[in-house]
Design a protein around this ligand. Structure first.
Ligand code: G3H
Length: 319
């Protein structure tokens, strides 16, 4: 499987069998064993990673970060500072890898594009009436097109959870298909907002629905709803991308986001990836960590491993 992102061109324009067909497919998926999923996620979380492996894991995690600011009070200055940090997380140590992408609201895309220049760091924009997903489809598509026109290379859309929970799977499917079309060459991450989906079975169903509609990535959460990226939810989504590739040959990425704050959290995620979807997903092309305040902890732990002492949170610029 290639490391490069493959924009899926085979997105289905019609859901075979309409809503009834989708419903039959999604409800025909095997149910999630809740106890089994929680126990497996908890067991994997106890794996201890030390010394060289830990240093490698920290650098891999840094390279997978979608460095995020999604606040009403975001300013061009804050976004430029975030971009500087994305390119040189620790200006005193050029061996620290750059992050994968900067994630902002669509009106901040042009600022991020200008600040990141030719760094190779992606610009991800949330879109489609983030975070609620409540707006007419035309407004959602206009939001998406505006972000792409401003230079976004990745679009993080939210699904309509109300439609999903009321069983209108076709509406969710068609919105994803249309948003994928509006993305053009940009990659589409589909946010399921798992904290609102009520059951693990729904997490599995929403993952398959998004992948069948053409998602390049499935993402847990907006970061605005709790619970967000819990280990069992990430595990279920990793199983879904693994099984989807086995069935269709197409690889889809996974992005847990929301509440990932510590190096421990990040490493737990990497173990989950390796043990569930497998090492093919252990690259920034196929796995991202959406986080607004994880990077500094990764930098502190990295420095501790290198120098033996913690620099302390004030040493690094705010993330
Ligand atoms: O997409 C990323 C999330 O909004 C980040 O959530 P966080 O602020 O809990 O790290």
């Amino acid at each position: 499987m290639s490391d490069a992102w493959e924009v899926s061109t085979e997105t289905l324009t019609d859901a075979p069998g309409g809503n009834a067909g989708l419903r039959a497919f999604l409800h025909g998926l095997p149910g999630v064993d809740q106890v089994g999923a929680e126990e497996r996620a908890a067991r994997l979380a106890t794996r201890s990673i030390k010394t060289t492996a830990k240093a490698e894991a920290i650098d891999l995690a840094i390279s997978m970060v979608d460095l995020t600011t999604l606040e009403g009070a975001d300013t061009p200055g804050k976004v430029r500072a975030l971009c500087a940090k994305a390119m040189h997380p620790d200006p005193a140590d050029p061996s620290v890898p750059k992050v994968a992408a900067v994630c902002v609201y669509s009106d901040m895309v042009a600022v991020a594009v200008g600040a990141l220049g030719a760094s190779g760091i992606g610009v991800a924009s949330v879109a489609t009436a983030f975070p609620s997903g409540r707006a007419p489809l035309e407004a959602k598509l206009a939001d998406t097109r505006a972000a792409v026109a401003a230079g976004a290379t990745e679009i993080d859309m939210v699904i309509d959870r109300g439609a999903f929970l009321s069983g209108d799977y076709l509406k969710v499917y068609e919105e994803i298909v249309e948003t994928k079309r509006a993305c053009g060459g940009a990659h589409l991450k589909v946010i399921l907002e798992t904290g609102e989906l009520v059951t693990y079975d729904n997490v599995r169903r929403a993952s398959w629905l998004a992948m069948r509609a053409g998602a390049d990535f499935i993402k847990t959460s907006t970061g605005k709803v709790s619970p967000a990226a819990t280990p069992p939810v990430t595990l279920i989504m990793l199983e879904a991308v693994r099984d989807f590739r086995a069935e269709t040959g197409r690889q889809v990425g996974v992005k847990p986001a929301g509440g990932i704050r510590t190096t421990k959290d990040a490493i737990k995620n990497l173990v989950l990836v390796n043990e569930t979807a497998g090492p093919d997903w252990l690259t920034p092309a196929w796995f991202r960590l959406g986080a607004s305040s994880l990077l500094n902890d990764l930098l502190m732990q990295r420095q501790k491993l290198t120098t033996g002492v913690y620099a302390g949170p004030d040493y690094f610029t705010l993330d």
